[in-house]
Write a protein that binds this ligand. Structure first.
Ligand code: ZN
Length: 129
């Protein structure tokens, strides 16, 4: 059994293309200036359609973290137990990822790394250095 992979759509394809190039792309609104993630066609803050793609520095701080003892499928059995974190990225958006390279807690600095999974590249985070 293999781990699931994302299915990019029109809104998210630029993000997944970025991951393949090891760039973490997010959207910033040209009207209100706020960052948003996940990718959408309109700004979640002001409904503007003037969204620009920006490359993140890939650094953030753990907002919340949990330990998964039983993954969503048998494909995750070898990884278990593993951590999943909500990460507040320095540019002002939040995303969720698996934690690699140690144990995170609230406030831990992390950086984005990439896992090759079949034809897709999946962003994860590792403990910052
Ligand atoms: Zn906006």
């Amino acid at each position: 059994m293999e781990k699931p992979v994302p299915r990019p759509n029109g809104d998210s394809a630029p993000f997944w293309d970025g991951c393949a190039a090891h760039e973490f792309r997010f959207q910033r609104c040209g009207d209100c200036g706020k960052a948003q993630f996940y990718p959408r066609a309109v700004c979640a803050h002001c409904q503007s359609r003037d969204l620009k793609w920006v490359v993140s520095d890939g650094k953030g701080t753990v907002h919340s973290v949990t330990t998964v003892y039983r993954g969503p499928s048998r494909a995750f059995k070898e990884d278990s137990p593993y951590q999943v974190a909500l990460v507040d990225m320095d540019e002002g958006f939040r995303f969720m990822a698996n934690v690699r390279g140690g144990e995170a807690e609230i406030g831990t600095r992390v950086r984005v790394i990439y896992e090759e999974r079949g034809d897709q590249t999946i962003p994860q985070v590792e403990i910052g250095r």
